[in-house]
Design a protein around this ligand. Structure first.
Ligand SMILES: [Zn+2]
Length: 157
């Protein structure tokens, strides 16, 4: 994967994030903030109450705990010792709900990205993933359209 930051800037970002001993969501918020993107939190009116919402880009970031959301990784596969049937069902329901929320959002014109708790440990990858997602060429596509007579209903303000 291509490096998107000069190494000093990236190591600065990494240092900033690593110093904070906080929840995965706060780490992602802090990272996104440092990348210079503005966002809103937990919009109740959107499916799944997304963690970070970027209204002008129509983009959403969910930060998911590997255990609760059934990630396909070591942490996500750690089976609880007691009531394992209960947890398995609960996690499966969460996973199904996540998929539903993302497809509902897609239908409403929102692109979503999931950042997994375990991915945050690899800051280089997660930074590039977030940056690539947020700076994606959606607006470039819109800019290439003739700008006056656009009748797209979702462009109304
Ligand atoms: Zn994971």
């Amino acid at each position: 994967m291509m490096d998107i930051f000069p190494s000093e800037k990236r190591s600065w970002i990494m240092r900033q994030v690593r110093e904070k001993n906080t929840s995965p969501e706060l780490k992602v918020r802090s990272l996104v903030h440092r990348l210079g993107f503005r966002f809103r939190l937990h919009r109740n009116d959107l499916p799944g109450k997304p963690d970070l919402v970027f209204p002008s880009r129509k983009k959403i970031i969910f930060v998911h705990g590997c255990f609760w959301h059934g990630h396909n990784c070591a942490r996500g596969h750690r089976a609880p010792k007691t009531n394992s049937e209960y947890w398995t069902e609960k996690i499966q329901r969460n996973t199904e709900r996540d998929i539903k929320h993302q497809s509902d959002l897609k239908a409403m014109g929102w692109d979503s990205l999931v950042i997994w708790e375990c991915e945050i440990n690899n800051l280089k990858i997660v930074t590039e993933k977030i940056y690539g997602f947020l700076s994606g060429n959606k607006s470039a596509e819109q800019n290439s359209l003739p700008d006056s007579n656009s009748a797209a209903p979702h462009c109304r303000r």
